[in-house]
Design a binder for this molecule. Structure first.
Ligand SMILES: [Zn+2]
Length: 371
């Protein structure tokens, strides 16, 4: 490492990252100044290498004296290695985009559903890390032998985050209801979809805990929406582009609720990487666009819909009592086959969020490294 890492760095960026106690509260690392507090015309006055404690790299770095205010900053060498402009993190994402995922088709997961038994998940930190990492990387994990207790799904959610309560309640019952406000609460076939696209923000994690499944039919299916969107981009880039640009109105209405949200079917990050899928034929509303945009949108929507129905993309399995599926509702589409309404099928579902799951995972790893 030479001083060029310092001199090649834009001055405001480098100064904004000063780690000194006047710039960041040593108790919590939070920044103590505003961008507008930095002097105008900021520049590096002088740079000098500082060696570490005898025989080690600890404390080694570069000291900068700033013009015009004479502030001193000490940048650790390993911090500069990790963060200097153009370095290894240059294209890093936030963990949510396709860049940080393993995209899959059904055959890729044949015989290796990611998951764990409940006892191992609760008792073994490394198993829990692996299961939560599966939700991040593959979009889901299946916990087996979760106690078949009423409201247990809430306890599962609490192992990695906070329950997101909605108009469906703290949890929702997926079973045949006499006067359903949602087709999910009937025996009907449900095609691949994401949940609650009419909510903004959308619940980013969904849990489904199977309490009974004795009905004929009622098998589950998952489709990797990121994989499908990546295929669309390859096969029909124009259609992909249209679906990232046209805002789609989603709505949900019942006696006590009136929800609406406007988002594209495929949401991309500022670098164009796939980041969120919303797809739900039951709650898509009326689009208000010019006729040519509507023509293009409907052709692209149909194309994406056909792609999502390709059998090779869909992972089929049957939830058995005690199974709890945890999945990324911004990426995976879930489906189920029709079932006989006379048979007993009862799932309890809940929503939570990916940021909480990511935090739980990071803390488990951090505490594991410290142990
Ligand atoms: Zn400082």
């Amino acid at each position: 490492m030479s001083s060029t890492a310092i001199t090649d760095s834009p001055a405001p960026w480098l100064r904004d990252n000063c780690p000194c106690g006047a710039c960041r509260d040593p108790r919590n690392g939070q920044k103590l100044f505003q961008i507008t507090d930095l002097p105008a015309g900021l520049s590096v006055g002088s740079v000098r290498e500082v060696s570490g404690a005898a025989g080690t790299a600890a404390g080694a770095g570069w000291e900068v004296v700033w013009e015009p205010d004479g502030h001193r900053s000490l940048y650790p060498a390993d911090w500069l290695d990790a963060h200097a402009p153009g370095g290894p993190r240059g294209t890093g994402g936030d963990g949510r985009t396709e860049a940080d995922k393993e995209l899959w088709a059904a055959a890729d997961l044949a015989g290796r559903l990611p998951g764990a038994s409940w006892d191992a998940y609760i008792g073994d930190r490394s198993v829990r890390i692996q299961a939560l990492e599966s939700v991040r990387r593959l979009g889901f994990a299946l916990l087996r032998d979760v106690p078949r207790r009423d409201r247990m799904v809430l306890d599962v959610a609490a192992t990695f985050g906070f329950v997101r309560r909605t108009n469906y309640g703290e949890l929702f019952e997926v079973r045949v209801e006499p006067d359903p406000n949602n087709l999910a609460f009937t025996g009907a076939l449900i095609t691949p979809h994401t949940d609650n696209p009419y909510r903004d923000p959308v619940p980013t994690v969904q849990l489904l805990h199977c309490l009974r499944n004795e009905a004929r039919g009622g098998d589950s299916g998952l489709v990797d929406g990121f994989h499908a969107a990546a295929l669309l981009r390859r096969e029909d880039p124009r259609a992909f582009d249209v679906l990232t640009r046209v805002p789609v109105e989603f709505t949900f209405t019942d006696a006590r609720t009136e929800l609406r949200a406007q988002r594209p079917l495929i949401d991309v990050d500022p670098l164009g990487r796939i980041r969120e899928i919303r797809f739900n034929n039951r709650s898509i509303g009326t689009l208000h666009e010019s006729a040519p945009v509507l023509e293009e949108f409907y052709a692209a929507y149909r194309r994406f819909g056909e792609l999502l129905l390709r059998p090779e993309l869909r992972l089929d399995f049957r939830l058995t009592p005690g199974d709890c599926l945890i999945f990324d509702n911004t990426r995976l589409l879930h489906a189920r086959t029709a079932f006989a309404e006379s048979g007993a099928r009862h799932l309890q579902g809940a929503y939570a969020d990916l940021d909480g799951l990511g935090s739980a995972l990071a803390v488990l790893r951090r505490d594991g490294a410290a142990a």
